[in-house]
Write a protein that binds this ligand. Structure first.
Ligand code: ASP
Ligand code: MG
Length: 409
C-alpha cells in the first residue's frame, strides 16, 4: 500500500461542481488501495477577495490579522471537500493547519514550517479515512495562525509528503504538466515527462510559474517526488525528481523567460577595491533584489558596472544609483526597463560543450542583439530587448529541437 499526498489548487476547487470532481478523483485513487491525504487551496479568487476586504478596513493591516483572515479561505474548502467525500460514501476528516499542528515561525504572511505533528493524520489513515488538510497555513508555538505566502498550499503539500514519507506528492492544477516553454509563446512547446528539482527551480524562478518556488526547494531537500498534473484531464503530468544517473538526460529541458526585468549601469566607475560593494550595498539595503551582475574589464582605470533588477524596483534603484554615482565620482548612470531575460535550462549542459555557441548562432541568424550574458552549470541566460522575447524563445526552441521527444544526445 502506498501513501500519496494530493494537492488541488484554487481553480480545481473553484465551484461546488469542481469540488465534487475532486472528491471523485480522490475516491478513484483510493480505490487502488492507497492512503490519500488531500491538501487544498482556497476556491479561486477567494484569497484575493479577502485581501481586498482587508484593505477596505485598513491601509496597512497588521500581518497577524491578515493571517487570521486569509486562513479562512482554505478552511472553507477543506470542510466542503470532506462533505463531498462523505456524501459519496468515503470517510473523511478535515483539519486546519493549526489542528494538524503544522508548527511555523511567527513571520506572519510568509511563515516557514518548522515541524509537523503527524499523529492525528496517521491514526485517521489507519481508521480508513481520507485526511483533508488546509494548505497555506500553520500555527506558531504561541498559538497564532500563520500563512506561508501566496501559493503556499504547494509547500504545505510537499511538507506533509516529506513528514509522512509519502511515495509521491501530486500537485493537481489547471495545466497538465511542465512544458519546454510557455505554449502561449511557442505553440509547439511539449510537456516534459520528467525534470530535475534543479531544473524546475530555474524554470520556476524564471517565470514558468507552475509551483511555489519554496515547495520545489523543499521537495529537493527532502527528496519528495513531485508530480504536476491536470485535475481536468487524465494524463501522467510531469514528474519532478532528482537526477538519476541511469536516465537519459536531454541536453536542454526548457526555455524560461522573465519579462519583468530592468537593467542599470554605472559608467566610468573608478577601478578599485570596494566599489562593487559601494554600488550594491545601498541597493541591497533598500531590499531590492539584484539578479545578473556584470563588471567590464577596466580601461584607463575606470570600468562599467551593470546589473538587473525587477522592473518594479527600477525607479527606486535608479535614484539610489544617482546618489552613489556622485559619491563615487563615477561618470553617469544609465538604465533600461524594456528588457527581458531568456534562459536555456538543462542538466545535460553539464557534460556538453558548445551549447552557448549554438545558442548565440541561432540568435545571430535572427539578428537578435544580446545585451548581457550569464551562465551557471545548468543554464545560460541572456538579456535582450523586450521586443525580441517571442522571437528569441521560438528561435531557441527550434534550434534545440525542443518540439521533438529527446533522443540520445
Ligand atoms: N490561497 C492561497 C493563495 O491564493 C494559497 C494557495 O492557493 O496556494 O495564494
Ligand atoms: Mg497555486
Amino acid at each position: 500500500m502506498a501513501l500519496f499526498v494530493h494537492k488541488y489548487g484554487g481553480t480545481s476547487v473553484g465551484s461546488p461542481e469542481r469540488i465534487k470532481n475532486v472528491a471523485k478523483n480522490v475516491i478513484r485513487a483510493r480505490s487502488r488501495g492507497d492512503d490519500i491525504i488531500v491538501v487544498v487551496s482556497a476556491m479561486s479568487g477567494e484569497t484575493n477577495r479577502l485581501v481586498a476586504l482587508a484593505h477596505e478596513m485598513h491601509e496597512r493591516p497588521s500581518t497577524r490579522e491578515m493571517d487570521v483572515l486569509l486562513a479562512t479561505g482554505e478552511q472553507v474548502t477543506i470542510a466542503l471537500l470532506s462533505m463531498a467525500l462523505e456524501a459519496a460514501g468515503c470517510p473523511a476528516c478535515s483539519y486546519t493547519g493549526g489542528q494538524v499542528r503544522i508548527l511555523t515561525d511567527d513571520a506572519h504572511t510568509k511563515a516557514r514550517i518548522l515541524d509537523i505533528d503527524t499523529d492525528r493524520i496517521r491514526s485517521d489513515l489507519a481508521a480508513g479515512r481520507v485526511v483533508v488538510v488546509a494548505g497555506f497555513q500553520g500555527i506558531t508555538e504561541a498559538g497564532d495562525i500563520t500563512t506561508l505566502g501566496r501559493g503556499g498550499s504547494d509547500t504545505t503539500a510537499v511538507a506533509l509528503a516529506a513528514a509522512l514519507k509519502a511515495d509521491e506528492c501530486l500537485i493537481y492544477t489547471d495545466v497538465d504538466g511542465v512544458y519546454t516553454t510557455d505554449p502561449r509563446i511557442e505553440p509547439k512547446a511539449r510537456r516534459l515527462d520528467r525534470i530535475t528539482f534543479e531544473e524546475m527551480l530555474e524554470m520556476a524562478s524564471l517565470g514558468s510559474k507552475v509551483l511555489q518556488i519554496r515547495s520545489v526547494e523543499f521537495a529537493g531537500k527532502y527528496n519528495v517526488p513531485l508530480r504536476v498534473l491536470s485535475s481536468f484531464a487524465a494524463g501522467p503530468g510531469t514528474l519532478i525528481t532528482y537526477e538519476e544517473a541511469s536516465v537519459e538526460k536531454p541536453l536542454i529541458s526548457g526555455i524560461a523567460f522573465n519579462r519583468d526585468e530592468a537593467k542599470l549601469t554605472v559608467k566610468g566607475v573608478p577601478d578599485k577595491p570596494g566599489v562593487a560593494y559601494q554600488i550594491l550595498g545601498p541597493v541591497a539595503h533598500a531590499n531590492i533584489e539584484v539578479d545578473m551582475i556584470v563588471q567590464n574589464v577596466a580601461e584607463d582605470a575606470t570600468t562599467d558596472f551593470t546589473f538587473t533588477v525587477h522592473r518594479n524596483d527600477y525607479r527606486k534603484a535608479l535614484d539610489i544609483l544617482q546618489a552613489t554615482c556622485t559619491a563615487l565620482g563615477a561618470r553617469e548612470v544609465t538604465g533600461d526597463d524594456k528588457i527581458v531575460k531568456v534562459s536555456l535550462v538543462g542538466v545535460g549542459m553539464r557534460s556538453h560543450a558548445g551549447i552557448a555557441a549554438r545558442m548565440f548562432e541561432a540568435l545571430a541568424r535572427e539578428g537578435i542583439n544580446i545585451r548581457m550574458i550569464s551562465t551557471s552549470e545548468i543554464k545560460i541566460s541572456i538579456v535582450v530587448d523586450e521586443k525580441y522575447l517571442e522571437l528569441a524563445v521560438r528561435t531557441l526552441h527550434e534550434a534545440f529541437n525542443l518540439d521533438r521527444e529527446p533522443d540520445a544526445v
